[in-house]
Design a binder for this molecule. Structure first.
Ligand SMILES: [Mg+2]
Length: 276
């Protein structure tokens, strides 16, 4: 089922030349693949439409997502087709700091490995602090990051999600760590993940498409849709994740088009041959 599209400048799927696709709540929920995942990738490949899978999660590597998709019957996604708040952070560091800059990371091993693999030296004495989710957070780690930031280090956050869904309920996310450091330093982080612009810019650069004919497909109004619109992308909301129809009705953030799930989006897109 397709819900009402926005009245102004209705989105024509024929004009879409590329897609940025959120994963959790769009392709799967928890461990469960959602309806339409395989047909979605078949459609994109058949039409030669480039895509970037975009996650705010910095604790998983592109290879982790490739493996996960493969288990879901989507075997041909490349690591280069995945951007996370971690890979966006690396892109940002490479563009703004010489590679010899020491970087302090408060975060998981995945994030540390990504930054080290780009050639940066990880250090406890640094003028740049990157903060991501850290499942082994200790007071000492928090203290080290806060002291560096108080001393003037740049403060970069991978993503601002204060919570994320886990089997036990909503548990603290990277945004909660940023809040703790903000409380301890009075400093605001520069945030890489959605709804910030950095991840969308990274995705567009890799896609080689213009924002106006690139669609963001996501399940969260306040991150996927709001962030994409700020950069000029078209937006499709699917209701298979976080945001609900009631929230949509009450929100000032309105996507171009809304679908019950990815399967409904594929069905609508299949009826619209891509304009060359
Ligand atoms: Mg999501």
């Amino acid at each position: 089922m397709m819900y009402a599209a926005r009245a102004d400048g209705a989105l024509n799927l024929r004009d879409i030349k590329g897609a940025v696709v959120d994963m959790d709540g769009v392709l799967w929920r928890g461990d469960q693949p959602l309806l339409g995942v395989q047909s979605f990738f078949r459609l994109l490949r058949a039409r030669g439409l480039p895509f970037m899978l975009a996650s705010n999660n910095s604790s998983k590597s592109p290879a982790d997502y490739v493996a996960r998709l493969s288990r879901m019957g989507v075997p041909d996604v490349q690591a280069s087709e995945i951007v996370s708040s971690g890979t966006t952070t690396v892109d940002y560091l490479q563009q703004h700091y010489p590679v010899e800059t020491p970087i302090h990371v408060l975060g998981g091993d995945g994030l540390k490995q990504l930054i080290a693999a780009a050639g940066f030296t990880l250090s406890d004495e640094a003028s740049v602090v990157v903060v991501g989710i850290d499942f082994e957070l200790t007071y000492d780690r928090l203290k080290r990051a806060a002291l560096l930031i108080r001393a003037g280090a740049d403060f970069i956050g991978t993503n601002a999600d204060t919570t994320f869904p886990a089997p036990e309920g909503l548990v603290p996310g990277a945004g909660s760590l940023l809040a703790a450091i903000h409380a301890a330093t009075g400093r605001e982080p520069l945030v890489m993940g959605k709804p910030g612009a950095a991840m969308f810019h990274t995705a567009l650069r890799r896609l080689g498409t213009e924002p106006a004919n690139t669609v963001m497909i996501g399940d969260r109004l306040n991150t996927d849709v709001a962030g994409a619109q700020a950069v000029g992308l078209r937006t499709a909301l699917v209701l298979s994740g976080v945001s609900t129809l009631d929230e949509l009705a009450a929100s000032t953030i309105q996507p171009d088009v809304v679908f019950a799930d990815l399967a409904a989006l594929v069905e609508a897109w299949e009826r619209e041959p891509t304009r060359r």
